[in-house]
Every structure is written in structure tokens, then in C-alpha cells.
Design a protein around this ligand. Structure first.
Ligand code: ADP
Ligand code: MG
Ligand code: MG
Ligand code: MG
Length: 419
């Protein structure tokens, strides 16, 4: 049924909306005449406004019936706001202050009102400016570990997981975007692709003809669709993380689904890898760039190590391993060794998936529709193409040689050799 109440907000409309909701208006203080509003939308899909009053501010996000960056010619289900809200609610008990607080959700207007993050900036922009955020990587790893563990069969009864599957399997429009833009378009001729022509035309053609690579991607498309391991954020790139030097928040969970844990971790690492390749062509002294790139490589290692350590630790804690009341059927001394080995193998499998999804994410960001500022800000096109080709080559290597990357040191070692 058509929703006659739905109205697309502009900045003033967002302020009016808050004014009409006393509990929200109270966060801002003063009178609506004293408020200021800013349109800060910079993502691909939705409207985002920040409203400030004398006592505080709020962030208002609304989904539009189309893809914001494209316009009305690309319709997009507004229900994505519901899935973003369902995801935020599902993970809130586990992530604490690693996500913004949600104050209000309006399922008629598809509006979320949340904590305004300021002076936070988007992690990608911080990295582009050559800034290192000391906590970001460990915090995102912590977030990924907690969401992955606490929504998996390791921590919840299957009834709960199937209920989550029921909710997020409705997120059809955005899962369709992922299936098409991530797992399909880069390997076919698609009008949505954005190949840096003519420099990368041969690369794009070679991807379309690379049967072994396409088989690896097809395998992981199936895993994305069928490996119901944990509730995923689904879009966990450096543009979905807002940071200050001492605070990290993960936003924008509208792509949420029940899927393979390595999809989130692989996506995140992919953006560090692409920042690493892009950095070679950025302005600044070569020494500055070299040390920034070394730091990015360290960040990848830290991200994985924190994720793996925290995941195992959460698991041990959950099993009551250290408080003498084990909750598993692994209770004898030899069981304990088997359990440790099982845990390691579980995390090793997440790493294997992480590496593969990382490769898939890199390829789609270079050949496909949604391009990254990391590369598009490189004005010198041949230099941009070289950086992109390096990343493509690395992605192809990891996808074609899955057995070679069984630990993060090997992965980063291969990255450093990939110049
Ligand atoms: P989209 O789904 O369109 O990608 P995002 O949720 O990523 O939208 O938000 C787009 C931009 O709005 C972010 O890049 C960030 O600059 C800003 N933003 C989003 N949420 C907040 C918030 N809670 N506080 C401050 N700014 C925010
Ligand atoms: Mg309130
Ligand atoms: Mg976004
Ligand atoms: Mg989004």
C-alpha cells in the first residue's frame, strides 16, 4: 500500500521534524528558531542532517526511495532504514559505545534520529589526510569480534539465530546491490561499471576472461548468500567508521544480513589495502608516504590479531571456561585440547573467508560502480591507474591462491612485495 505520509526531508524539514517531537527537541534545547541545520550526506544512498541547538545536537538520517548519488532513475526500497534500525538494535547490547546511540526510529517516515557524532570525522577522510587514528583499528576489530561472536551459533540458541535470519532475509534490496555490484558487475560488461579508461580497459577485459577467478568469486558469492554464520554489518568499510583520536563509532548498518563472518572483516581490510596502494600516488614526500604505508600494513596485522584474539576470548568467557562452570560438552582434560584446536580452526576459517572477501571487495571498488576517494583524488590518471592495477593484481593473487594466506603476516608480506 502506498505510504501517503512519507515526505522527503530537507534540512529545514529535519529541524521541523525534531521540533514536532518534544523528547527529541529537548536534546537540542532552546527554541527551533535558535537551531541550525546542516546537510552532511556524503554516502551513496541516504539523506543525513545534523541539527544543533544551544544544549546539544542530533543526527537525522532518512532513506529515500532512490539511490541518492544517482537520483530518481535508480529506485531503491526505502525499507532499508528498517533493516539499519533492526541491525543497530540487534548489536546494541554487545557493542556499547562503539556505535552511536539511537534515540528514535520512525517507520512511516523511514527516519532514524541518533546521537550526533562530533568532532568525529569519517575514518577514510582521516586516512586520506594522512592522519593515524591510534584506536580505530583495535576498536573496529573489537566491534567485529563482538558482533560476530554474539550473533553466532556459538553464543545464541539456533532459535534466536533463525529469528535473526528471518528478519534480515527481508533485506532484499541491499543484498541485491551486493550480489550485483560486488559479486557480478566487475566480471561482466555492465553499464554501472566505472573502468578508468583507457588505462584499465585491458584489466577489465582480463577479469571477464579469467575463468578461475570467476569461479573463486562465484564460490564466495554463494558463501555470502548461504553461510549463515553471524549477523553482519554488510558495509563495513572505512566510510562507515567515525573517529576521534580516542573514540570510534561504527555507523550505517543498512546492508545487514546473516552471512559469513569474514565478509565484514574482509571488507574492512580491503579498504586498508586500497589506501596502501593509493598512497603511493598521493602528494607528499615519498618518505612520508612510505611511513604512512608501513603504518597501514601494521594496522592490517593489528586488526586481524585483535579480532582473532578477542573472538577466542569471548568464546572462552562464554563457555564459562575460567569460572569452573563450563557450558559446553567439552569438559575433560583431553576435550580441552580438542576444543582449543576447534576454536583455532574456526578462526582460521574466518581468516580464509576474510582474505577472499577482501579480494572481491577490492576488485569491485576499482572496476565497479562505487569508486573510492582514495583513488579518485589522484589527479594524475596514469598514476591512479598504476595504483589501481597494483590493488587488482594483489586481489587476483589472493583469490587464486587461497591456500597461501593462512596467517595475516603472510598476507601483509605479499602486500609489501606487490609494488
Ligand atoms: P549512507 O547510508 O548514505 O552512506 P551514512 O550513514 O554513511 O549514510 O552517513 C552519511 C554521512 O553522514 C557520514 O559519512 C557522516 O559524515 C554523516 N553522519 C552519519 N551519521 C552521523 C552521526 N551519527 N553523527 C554525525 N555525522 C553522521
Ligand atoms: Mg531521548
Ligand atoms: Mg555510508
Ligand atoms: Mg549506507
Amino acid at each position: 500500500t502506498p505510504n501517503h505520509d512519507y515526505r522527503i526531508l530537507d534540512a529545514q524539514g529535519a529541524a521541523d521534524y525534531l521540533a514536532a517531537h518534544p523528547a527529541l527537541a529537548a536534546h537540542l534545547g532552546g527554541t527551533p528558531g535558535e537551531w541550525t541545520c546542516r546537510d552532511v550526506a556524503d554516502g551513496n544512498l541516504n539523506s543525513v542532517f545534523l541539527i544543533d541547538g544551544p544544549q546539544g545536537g542530533l543526527c537525522v538520517k532518512q532513506s529515500l526511495p532512490y539511490v541518492r548519488v544517482f537520483g530518481e532513475g535508480w529506485p531503491m526500497d526505502i525499507n532499508r532504514a528498517r533493516f539499519e534500525h533492526a541491525y543497530a538494535s540487534r548489536v546494541a547490547p554487545h557493542v556499547g559505545t562503539l556505535a552511536p546511540r539511537i534515540h528514535h526510529f520512525d517507520e512511516t517516515q523511514f527516519i532514524t534520529v541518533m546521537e550526533k557524532l562530533e568532532p568525529h570525522i569519517i575514518l577514510r577522510n582521516a586516512m586520506l589526510a594522512g592522519r593515524r587514528l591510534p584506536r580505530a583499528v583495535a576498536d573496529v576489530a573489537e566491534y567485529a569480534a563482538r558482533t560476530a561472536f554474539h550473533t553466532s551459533d556459538l553464543a545464541v540458541p539456533f532459535e534466536r539465530k533463525f529469528a535473526d535470519a528471518g528478519v534480515f532475509s527481508g533485506n532484499l534490496a541491499l543484498q541485491r546491490i551486493t550480489v550485483d555490484l560486488v559479486f557480478t558487475d566487475p566480471y561482466v560488461e555492465s553499464g554501472r561499471n566505472r573502468v578508468l579508461s583507457p588505462h584499465l580497459d585491458a584489466w577489465a577485459a582480463s577479469l571477464r576472461e579469467d575463468s578461475a577467478l570467476k569461479a573463486a568469486v562465484a564460490r564466495h558469492r554463494l558463501a555470502y548468500l548461504s553461510k549463515a554464520q553471524s549477523v553482519l554489518h554488510g558495509d563495513l568499510h572505512t566510510g562507515s567508521v567515525m573517529v576521534t583520536p580516542d573514540d570510534t563509532r561504527i555507523i550505517d548498518g543498512e546492508f545487514a544480513l546473516l552471512g559469513p563472518t569474514g565478509f565484514d572483516t574482509g571488507t574492512f581490510i580491503a579498504h586498508y589495502v586500497m589506501a596502501w596502494f593509493a598512497r603511493s600516488a598521493h602528494e607528499g614526500s615519498s618518505q612520508e608516504n612510505a611511513s604512512f604505508r608501513a603504518a597501514l600494513a601494521d594496522d592490517i596485522v593489528e586488526f586481524w590479531n585483535v579480532f582473532a584474539t578477542r573472538f577466542i576470548h569471548l568464546w572462552q568467557e562464554w563457555d564459562g571456561e575460567n569460572d569452573g562452570t563450563p557450558r559446553t560438552h567439552f569438559t575433560s582434560g583431553t576435550d580441552r585440547q580438542a576444543l582449543d584446536a576447534f576454536r583455532r580452526s574456526y578462526v582460521d576459517e574466518i581468516l580464509a573467508d576474510t582474505v577472499a572477501f577482501m579480494g572481491v571487495e577490492i576488485i569491485r571498488r576499482i572496476i565497479g560502480f562505487a569508486q573510492l576517494a582514495d583513488f579518485t583524488t589522484i589527479a594524475d590518471e596514469p598514476a591512479r591507474a598504476r595504483a589501481m592495477a597494483g590493488a587488482l593484481s594483489f586481489a587476483r593473487t589472493v583469490l587464486l591462491n587461497p591456500g597461501r594466506f593462512r596467517d595475516v603476516a603472510t598476507l601483509v608480506g605479499a602486500l609489501l612485495e606487490h609494488e
